[in-house]
Design a protein around this ligand. Structure first.
Ligand SMILES: *Cc1c(COP(=O)(O)O)cnc(C)c1O
Length: 437
């Protein structure tokens, strides 16, 4: 990056010009005014004002190999000089290679490539319906999802998750989705009718609040699907690609889906998604039934091939589990020592949620002030998604920042409680005609 370009791209910092700078973007996002980042390396992000931050959110589980991983930079540069895009009117050898690698490493027999998580989920939704249509049972077209789920922001995926906050104004009619309560098997059984075509679930809920599914529930789901001729689809857009310490989170449970959506970490920051399926399912998606202009283009495929090679290299996934155990132990200890601030730790691998006692938004901005970036999740959680390449020393640094912030919050909270109880007792003694004159 040249100096002049760097200066030119600098973001404004006073609040009026920030407002002006953002006035031509849809107001759908509300990032804090600062920090504004100019570059990153590994787990660190560098802000324009010179501050260095630890990135424990990874662009929401996307930059799983850290920022500007040298091997990814190299593969992007090499491919960018050869060929960016063809569309699927040509064979794309890099897509053929990647699909084989993904299938070798999973339950799947065939893959469809997309550009995003929502598109990968949509491909799976179509495949569920396409599969039943091909079997001459088109009446089987309803899909059951779970409350608290998140599957993306397209019309189909918001309807699948059924979150009223996302659907209102945008999904006016019944589009063929039902929702059951997370973990409630009898309610799920009641929701299944002869029209049900499949079940869609995140093996570890992300946005809804880092909730790993119970082994028994997942086993029961597979049996229910087998018994009722339903397809089981896993949304591993967030929890997949090594995040849980397994390539795909469900592999820990030894239960196989028929369809799986992947994205986020798959491109390490380059937009790419994939819908994996068994042969029986993919066979239903015959020529012309689905497509994408960008999906699986040479540039995206070159990057995703490299990401997968790195994640599947010996020792990579075991190291994620090792770091996870250490991180969880340290977080548990913080919960024990600052019970007025944080309560519990949830999650698998490096997809961890810390349930807060104080509002999670407050904790999040305190941590940001301490130069540690984390995310939020449902259930008043802060979400910790460091790059899978995070070092033990960086985990220690992050925990130290948390410790300082929690201590500050805990002291503030104690102070607040004390003044509240003083105010209370003064109020009561005044009420009783008390001792204070
Ligand atoms: C992020 C996410 C999606 C949507 O991915 P996009 O790339 O934003 O479309 C879908 N499912 C889950 C579980 C996610 O976390």
């Amino acid at each position: 990056m040249t100096t002049s370009y760097y200066n030119h791209s600098k973001a404004s910092t006073d609040s009026e010009s920030i407002q002006e700078a953002r006035s031509h973007l849809w107001p759908t996002y509300a990032p804090p005014d600062s920090p504004v980042f100019s570059h990153g390396k590994g787990t660190e992000l560098y802000a324009e004002d010179g501050q260095v931050y630890l990135d424990f959110i990874s662009g929401i589980a996307v930059t799983n190999l850290g920022h500007c991983h040298p091997e990814l930079v190299k593969v992007v540069q090499e491919q960018a000089e050869k060929l960016w895009h063809l569309s699927n009117i040509s064979r794309i050898p890099q897509a053929e290679t990647l699909s084989k690698k993904l299938c070798d490493a999973s339950f799947a027999d065939a893959v469809f490539f997309s550009n995003s998580g929502a598109e990968a989920v949509e491909a799976g939704i179509k495949a569920i319906r396409g599969y039943h249509a091909k079997k001459n049972q088109k009446y089987k077209n309803r899909i059951i999802g779970f409350r608290g789920s998140f599957h993306g922001r397209t019309l189909g995926t918001i309807a699948a998750a059924g979150n009223p906050a996302h659907c209102q104004n945008f999904v006016p009619t019944d589009t063929g989705f039902d929702q059951a309560e997370w973990g409630n098997l009898s309610q799920l059984e009641d929701a299944i009718t002869e029209k049900t075509a499949g079940i869609l679930i995140e093996p570890i809920q992300g946005e809804g609040g880092i909730r790993p599914v119970e082994q028994e529930f997942l086993t029961a789901l597979r049996e229910l699907c087998n018994r009722n001729d339903l397809l089981l689809m896993f949304d591993e857009v967030q929890c997949g690609m090594g995040r849980s310490g397994y390539l795909f989170a469900h592999q820990k449970y030894n239960i196989q889906p028929d369809i799986l959506a992947s994205a986020k970490g798959l491109g390490g920051g380059f937009p790419v998604g994939a819908c994996l399926a068994t042969r029986e399912v993919s066979d239903a998606m015959s020529i012309g039934t689905h497509g994408s202009t960008f999906g699986g283009n040479p540039l995206a495929m070159a990057v995703a091939n490299k990401v997968l090679d790195i994640v599947l290299a010996e020792d990579f996934l075991p190291s994620v589990i090792e770091k996870s155990e250490k991180f969880k132990r340290l977080l548990d200890s913080l919960c024990a020592r600052y019970p007025t601030v944080v309560a519990n730790v949830y999650g698998e691998g490096l997809m961890l949620g810390v349930e807060c006692v104080l509002p999670n938004t407050e904790i999040l901005s305190l941590l940001r002030d301490g130069n540690l970036l984390v995310g939020k999740a449902g259930g008043n959680m802060i979400r910790l998604l460091p790059p899978l390449t995070v070092s033990e020393e960086e985990i220690d640094r992050a925990v130290l920042i948390m410790e300082e912030c929690f201590k500050k919050a805990s002291d503030g909270e104690q102070h607040l409680q004390e003044s509240l109880s003083t105010a209370n007792s003064q109020f009561h003694s005044a009420e009783n005609g008390g001792s204070q004159k």
